[in-house]
Design a protein around this ligand. Structure first.
Ligand SMILES: *[C@@H]1O[C@H](CO)[C@@H](O)[C@H](O)[C@H]1NC(C)=O
Ligand SMILES: *[C@@H]1O[C@H](CO)[C@@H](O)[C@H](O)[C@H]1NC(C)=O
Length: 192
């Protein structure tokens, strides 16, 4: 019995100590070499995408739905509204033109004096070389201005480390249904 215990102790104690030390000194953060991701050799690319964003709230298959109605019934800017969207992105302004991606996210009305949206969206590209890569946009959108700008704050896949901006112009808007088609020109710096 004692022999067995001794063998057991000899076998496992050092491992226990080592693993405890390793655990205690395990850093959860460390500095990496940029070369690991090939960031030094890769030249940062600058690209421009143009597509149309379709916010369809009406019809039998809306791609944009109100999930939180404006809580103040008399708010002229629909302050507090939240809309969730999975909007098609197409090459041309017509909904049946070539589909190149989806805009998934939400917008919320954030101003009590103007119609301004906070927009948080992932643009999921589904065509060509960037198929499966995403661009994340987070910004302020005063929708009645002729031209708006929102920051590109990052991305995934080929858009890792992406930064840039999107320029928006309303192509078409229906005040009765609130359906909208918006032209997006997105300028992105990225490495891959
Ligand atoms: C909305 O109604 C509230 C309470 O009835 C009032 O205090 C507020 O001034 C109104 N706001 C507007 C924009 O009319
Ligand atoms: C994009 O990628 C998806 C998933 O890998 C694939 O099913 C689809 O066919 C691709 N589309 C194009 C146009 O290459």
């Amino acid at each position: 019995m004692f022999i067995q215990f001794l063998i057991f102790s000899l076998l496992f104690t050092p491992f226990t100590i080592i693993s405890t030390i390793a655990h205690d000194t395990d850093d959860f953060v460390r500095t990496l070499d940029r070369k690991m991701l090939g960031l030094d050799e890769k030249k940062e690319k600058f690209i421009h995408f143009r597509f149309y964003w379709h916010d369809a709230m009406s019809g039998r298959n809306p791609s944009s739905v109100e999930v939180v109605p404006p809580p103040l019934k008399n708010s002229t800017t629909r302050f507090g509204l939240v809309n969730m969207l999975d909007n098609p992105l197409t090459l041309g302004p017509q909904l049946n033109s070539k589909l190149v991606g989806q805009a998934q996210g939400f917008y919320a009305s954030t101003s009590q004096s103007e119609f301004v949206l906070l927009m948080a969206m992932n643009l999921v590209i589904t065509e060509g070389k960037y198929n499966g890569s995403t661009i994340t946009i987070l910004g302020r959108n005063p929708i009645y201005y002729e031209e708006r700008e929102m920051p590109v704050i990052g991305g995934s896949g080929l858009f890792r480390f992406a930064r840039g901006y999107a320029k928006l112009r309303t192509y078409w808007f229906s005040p009765s249904t609130r359906d909208a088609i918006v032209e997006y020109n997105v300028y992105v710096l990225h490495y891959y």
